[in-house]
Design a protein around this ligand. Structure first.
Ligand SMILES: O=C(O)CCC(=O)C(=O)O
Length: 236
């Protein structure tokens, strides 16, 4: 499975969600990445070395993140439940999904996010007694992206046909960046308002963004859905 579109939301829905994001600049957080990426909410993948900051975010900001983006969370959760034919709940001790917010100034480009698997749930220091499904089957963990604003030059998800299970079986692990540079990839061009799901255990990255001809934004709702002790849980 590359990336599937679960639903195309209406322009009105997108407009309302974008307005909610724009009204939440007080929640914008700098990331330790390129400087062009900010987040609303805090993904675990950016907190692996700062688990106490993640825990503090979960404790202090979850209520606000749920209240401000309630319609977005419920609409996406409903689609995921239909897709998975199972209930999906927020993890009680993990962050709720949030937003990647890129701003590219005139003439700026973005080289791509770096090829990766979404594995942060294995590092959840918050789940001492719970077992993440370790089968590494492609359908045991999914990630989702719902673009609310995209650069005119386009934006995409780039994927490679390398699963985490296959990667782990390799005796000499080639660095992922090297693998990505040498092997053909598939691009799924994003459309505003479409909800995309893709396997967390399939190598992927935020595709490079071409030089901006004017100031542009790439704003996406992001999260993961993983089976823990047989139950689907949604987190970021
Ligand atoms: O925004 C995207 O296109 C994908 C994001 C992604 O790779 C991730 O959050 O793991």
């Amino acid at each position: 499975m590359t990336a599937l579109v679960l639903k195309k939301f209406s322009r009105e829905f997108v407009k309302a969600q974008l307005a909610a994001v724009e009204a939440s600049s007080d929640l914008l957080r700098e990331t330790n990445g390129t400087g062009r990426l900010q987040t609303i909410g805090l993904p675990l993948y950016q907190s692996l070395e700062t688990p106490s900051a993640y825990r503090a975010h979960v404790r202090n900001d979850t209520e606000t993140m749920i209240e401000r983006f309630e319609d977005m969370h419920s609409a996406v959760r409903e689609e995921l439940e239909e897709f998975l034919s199972a209930p999906v709940n927020f993890h009680p001790r993990a962050a709720v999904p949030g937003f990647h917010c890129f701003r590219l100034g005139l003439g700026e480009s973005y080289p791509g996010g770096g090829a990766h698997f979404d594995l942060s749930h294995f590092d959840l220091p918050l789940l001492p007694h719970e077992r993440v499904d370790e089968s590494l089957a492609l359908d045991a963990a999914i990630s989702f992206t719902l673009p609310l604003a995209l650069p005119i030059s386009g934006a995409a998800l780039e994927q490679w046909p390398l699963s985490y299970a296959a990667y782990k079986r390799q005796i000499d692990h080639q660095p992922l960046a090297g693998y990505a540079a040498e092997n053909p990839s598939t691009l799924t061009k994003y459309l505003v308002g479409a909800l995309y799901v893709y396997p967390a255990y399939l190598l992927h990255q935020i595709a490079p963004i071409k030089q901006a001809t004017r100031s542009q934004r790439r704003i996406t709702y992001q999260g993961h859905c993983v089976r823990i002790s047989g139950k689907w849980t949604m987190y970021w």
